[in-house]
Design a protein around this ligand. Structure first.
Ligand code: NAD
Length: 315
């Protein structure tokens, strides 16, 4: 039986994933405190939660510290997540990842809270092995324009496992691969939201490089299942756990599917591939499957249909 006074604190609550996580935690019966500086998130993503008797929102920057509230679980999702957004102020991104993580872990060390860290497939950089298992240490350029995010998240993982080793903090680190769904920002520069927004506007679709680079796209509900599974394990796994979908598509394939589904004509604008853009990305999710039966269920076309519906009405 869950403790009905169970409180979860979610940093990055007004963002894409954070808002869906708050929905799921409230549905589980938690008291939820959302925390966000509204840098890339917005109140619109959590407007349906305002007034909920078990939800409270506190505005603030994680670099300055966490709000002074008791929470049995801390979900750390705060961080700009698209290259466009995280490169806009790279120093803030790096500080959010590392100093923000430090603030979360210090709190957990004092209170005994269980910690969830939203890490990323970007810790693998431009991978030389495919698909990527958790044992792969990655191929990251530490001084390139993506490093503020990639190395920030790697540093955050380092802190997590040092706090686990040294202070016994219960940390659960998810390496999240590309995820999409309703409430993504239409202007945040991520490939799925970019293509949908462009297709709905009837314009040409921007393709970086020749479109042959691959990604695996996970629908948000499946990903949040993974968050819950990881946090509900009785004991923390020894290391990070990949979460994502194994269906692999080239960007050009994705563009064709989106334009057909959004009823747009096929016009592409080819642009230069950004520096350090990975050529391939696909998770090995066998660890998550073995630990808590993780198995994404929503097919790409079904997830895109739901996302396109959302974009038609909300953006
Ligand atoms: N969506 C994905 O595909 C994906 C993939 C890998 C990792 N992630 C990670 O998941 C988390 C959530 O990503 P998202 O897609 O929801 O992005 P998002 O930009 O929609 O959400 C991030 C939220 O964090 C907030 N934030 C940023 N810096 C902050 C700070 N210093 N203090 C307080 N709040 C701050 C933003 O305002 C925003 O609401 C991020 O940590 C991201 O790195 C996401």
């Amino acid at each position: 039986m869950r403790d009905l006074s169970h409180t979860s604190l979610v940093t990055g609550a007004a963002g894409f994933l954070g808002s869906h996580l708050c929905d799921r935690l409230l549905a589980r019966g938690d008291n939820v405190i959302g925390f966000d500086n509204l840098l890339t998130g917005s109140m619109a993503k959590i407007s349906h939660l305002m007034g909920h008797q078990r939800f409270a929102f506190i505005e603030g920057d994680l670099i300055e510290g966490l709000p002074d509230v008791d929470a049995a679980e801390i979900y750390n999702l705060a961080c700009a997540a698209s290259p466009l957004r995280y490169q806009a102020d790279p120093v803030h991104t790096f500080r959010t990842s590392v100093i923000g993580m430090y603030n979360v872990l210090e709190r957990a060390r004092r209170t005994g809270a269980r910690v969830f860290q939203a890490s990323t497939s970007e810790v693998y950089g431009d991978p030389e092995i495919h698909p990527q298992p958790e044992t792969y240490n990655g191929n990251v350029n530490p001084v390139g324009p993506r490093a503020c995010y990639d190395e920030g998240k790697r540093g955050a993982e380092t802190l997590c496992f040092d706090y686990k080793r040294v202070h016994g903090v219960d940390v659960r680190v998810a390496r999240i691969f590309n995820t999409y769904g309703p409430r993504m920002g239409g202007d945040d520069g991520r490939v799925v939201s970019n293509l949908i927004a462009q297709a709905l506007q009837g314009g040409s679709l921007t393709i970086y490089g020749d479109g042959s680079q691959t990604r695996s796209f996970c629908y948000v509900d499946d990903l949040i299942d993974g968050f819950m599974g990881l946090m509900e394990l009785p004991a923390a796994p020894a290391g990070p756990v990949n979460l994502g979908s194994t269906g692999e598509f080239t960007i050009m394939e994705l563009a064709h599917i989106v334009s057909a589904m959004a009823g747009a004509g096929l016009a592409f604008e080819m642009q230069q591939l950004p520096q350090d853009d990975p050529q391939q990305r696909k998770p090995d999710i066998s660890l998550a499957h073995a630990l808590f039966g993780f198995a994404p269920k929503i097919e790409l076309r079904e997830g895109l249909a739901r996302t396109i519906d959302h974009f038609r009405t909300a953006n």
